[in-house]
Ligand binder design. Structure first.
Ligand code: SAM
Ligand code: DTB
Ligand code: SF4
Length: 361
């Protein structure tokens, strides 16, 4: 396993003649995975909207005017019901997303820990994406039975500065490092089609592929350009860019599960089939991502049937974590107030979208 990839090498792979790129990626894929098995995750937005961050792509940032319906933290019972529904529809993993900058110790986090225990007891893989977390918080999630933590690098370190001003790339790496200190697996990827250069796509892959160990799962999202966000007018990427990105990710991270993530509603079945051939072996299923539409579950299952793909069983790659009950916990909350950074530099398109929302409100 190589951990010393550089930008030039990755760009060279990305830009290969397509047939060569596909052949190479599919070869790496077959050596490391069953090419007919695809892992299926269901997203569940447990706390929607009202986020204090300024991520230029995100409909959940409070400062933009995006017409999404915000919600406080969901109850454990509702989460259990949704997880059971996802399991019945063929998902082996539930990924709970919260529109938080970072996790704070207290009642709400305790409630999330209870959600993790509840889903793990349904024998499903549990993933959370809650923003920045400390090592102690990661330990408590691990104890509750968390299988994976999602925390995307989103783009290259260079382009990150043009997308987000309320935190820095290093904060993301630090959170991933905190998760790595536990037995929770790391899910980290990014978004293409945000106006970045090919060098930025390669830069993001360098940052992910040089982690040792590499993330167990890498979601590749195509930007969903939501009205009201700073990126509302960016044109969608072509399927060829997604295929190239998936194939390159597969080649530089042979063992990871590459997830074909946001943007599938814009892709044909033929396009998605090419992504699976190029090494994608995971998807988000369910008619909603966090706030935006996703293909219907029945349509996805029809596509699986047509392509001869089978959903991966839970815990096929790694044994199920043991859930420790709250009363037995060995990791008391530390009540830390970590100093996650806040660079606060000016991003003109973010400022413009923010001021537009003020005039509309
Ligand atoms: N607040 C937490 C955080 O930012 O880490 C977790 C939720 S956040 C919505 C999770 C990820 O969703 C982001 O890192 C980003 O990669 C992805 N995402 C958000 N909005 C998106 C969009 N419009 N298009 C594609 N991906 C998006
Ligand atoms: C990831 O990489 N993509 C998912 C999940 N991890 C949390 C989220 C996609 C969100 C797309 C925009 C929305 O639905 O709000
Ligand atoms: Fe908040 Fe996460 Fe959206 Fe950024 S991506 S605005 S942190 S919910």
């Amino acid at each position: 396993m190589r951990h010393d990839w550089n930008r030039e090498e990755i760009l060279e792979i990305y830009n290969k003649p397509l047939m060569e790129l596909l052949y190479e990626a599919a070869t790496v894929h077959r050596k490391n995975h069953d090419p007919n098995t695809v892992q299926v995750s269901t997203l569940l937005s447990i706390k929607t909207g009202g986020c204090p961050e300024d991520c230029g792509y995100c409909p959940q940032a409070a400062r933009y005017h995006t017409n999404i319906e915000g919600n406080d933290l969901m109850g454990v019972r509702q989460v259990k019901a949704q997880a059971l529904r996802a399991k019945a529809a063929g998902s082996s993993r539930v990924c709970m997303g919260a529109a938080w900058r970072n996790v704070k110790d207290g009642e709400e986090f305790d409630q999330v820990l209870e959600m993790v225990r509840t889903i793990n007891k349904l024998d499903m893989e549990v993933c959370c994406t809650l923003g920045m977390i400390t090592e102690n918080q990661a330990q408590r999630l691990a104890e509750a039975g968390l299988y994976a933590y999602n925390h995307n690098l989103d783009t290259s370190e260079d382009y990150y500065k043009d997308v987000i001003s309320t935190r820095a790339f290093q904060d993301r790496l630090d959170t991933i490092g905190n998760v790595r200190k536990t037995n929770v697996t790391v899910c980290s990827g990014g978004i293409i089609g945000m106006g970045e250069k090919l060098e930025d796509r390669a830069g993001m892959l360098v940052a992910l592929a040089t982690l040792d160990p590499q993330p167990e799962s890498v979601p590749i999202n195509a930007l969903v350009a939501v009205p009201g966000t700073p990126m509302e007018e960016i044109e969608p990427i072509s399927i060829w860019e997604m295929v190239r990105m998936v194939a390159t990710t597969r080649i530089v991270m042979p063992e990871t599960q590459v997830r074909l993530s946001a943007g599938r509603t814009e892709m044909s079945r033929e396009g998605q089939a090419m992504c699976f051939f190029a090494g994608a072996n995971s998807i988000f299923a369910g008619d909603k991502l966090l706030t935006t539409p996703n293909p219907d579950v029945n349509e996805d299952m029809e596509m699986f049937k047509m392509l001869g793909l089978n959903p991966q069983r839970a815990f096929e790659k790694k044994t199920q974590p043991q859930t420790v009950e709250a009363t037995e916990s060995k990791h008391a909350p530390l009540g830390e107030k970590p100093k996650w950074s806040r660079p606060g530099h000016n991003i003109p398109r973010n400022e413009e979208a923010k001021s537009k929302s003020k005039t509309k409100a």
